[in-house]
Write a protein that binds this ligand. Structure first.
Ligand SMILES: C[S@@+](CC[C@H](N)C(=O)[O-])C[C@H]1O[C@@H](n2cnc3c(N)ncnc32)[C@H](O)[C@@H]1O
Length: 264
């Protein structure tokens, strides 16, 4: 699958993008400072590159489809390499619009339980699941503020992969329009806990390990900075007796890190 979509092709596929274009050095560009253009462009990429029809909440983070796809592909391929069998059951923590859950269920044909805490995002994720005819494969669950333990729908279940692009904000973070995909983040998205915002991820590891099948993986995607946050999470993977593996994905100038803990 060719992952990118050239700006000129995106404009042809979705002429609504035209009003956000400008020319630099004779090349057409999109002004991505406008949240609307980011919204339209990413929807176009999802539709034409990934054959996924999704809507995003106007106030929320607008996810970059390519980084999400590279993340799920990395985890799913690691699982297959280690286990020599197909993935059956996946748990996603903090699904937002449902993008990771939808990509995994669609491309790896497995069953996904995905949690979220913001009511409007839960509704949107459920709509997105239906739009893509994946309601037999994905269950969107209200975590009611829990992380993994104490969610009745997943109690007693075991998963091959637990995946999360978690909230990772240190205490006292304030919403920043630019750095949050053009969104004004809600307070619930600006959580994380711990000194560097690692707290939420540590809880996923500590609680999630009990819900992991043998051979399973818990995997996170993390921004490049701060390194300390990644280091603390990586140390906890090792402390819990999981096998640590890390990878990097590069999308344009942005680096995203993947942290994986394998249960052997
Ligand atoms: C960084 S966003 C990731 C969204 C989406 N998975 C993506 O890749 O774009 C983290 C999400 O976690 C959600 N969240 C925060 N606390 C949660 C909890 N206790 N249970 C489930 N989701 C939670 C937030 O509302 C937000 O949608």
């Amino acid at each position: 699958m060719k992952l990118g979509l050239k700006i000129e092709d995106a404009i042809k596929l979705n002429p609504e993008l035209k009003k956000y274009t400008y020319y630099k050095n004779g090349k057409v560009r999109i002004d991505f400072k406008s949240k609307e253009s980011l919204y339209l462009y990413n929807r176009t990429v999802l539709k034409h590159v990934f054959n996924i029809d999704m809507d995003f909440h106007r106030d929320a983070l607008i996810p970059t489809p390519v980084s999400r796809y590279l993340f799920i592909k990395n985890l799913c391929e690691s699982f297959k390499e280690e286990n020599n069998r197909d993935i059956e059951d996946v748990l996603e923590i903090g699904t937002g619009s449902g993008i990771l859950a939808i990509m995994i269920a669609k491309y790896y044909k497995c069953y996904v339980y995905a949690t979220e805490v913001v009511k409007e995002y839960i509704e949107l994720a459920r709509d997105n699941v239906i739009r893509n005819k994946l309601e037999n494969r994905i269950k969107i669950i209200d975590s009611k503020g829990k992380i993994v333990e104490g969610i009745p729908e997943i109690e007693g279940k075991k998963f091959d992969i637990i995946i999360s692009y978690p909230p990772f904000y240190p205490p006292h973070s304030v919403p920043s329009k630019r750095s949050f995909g053009g969104a004004y983040a809600r307070n619930v998205e600006l959580i994380g806990g711990g000194k560097y915002g690692e707290g939420f991820s540590l809880r996923i590891l500590r609680e999630g390990i009990k819900y992991l099948r043998k051979g399973g993986i818990i995997g996170f995607m993390m921004p490049h900075k701060p390194k300390k946050r990644r280091k603390i999470i990586e140390e906890e993977v090792v402390n819990l007796g999981l096998i640590l593996k890390t990878d990097k994905i590069k999308i344009g100038k942005r680096i995203r890190h993947i942290i994986k803990g394998h249960l052997l």
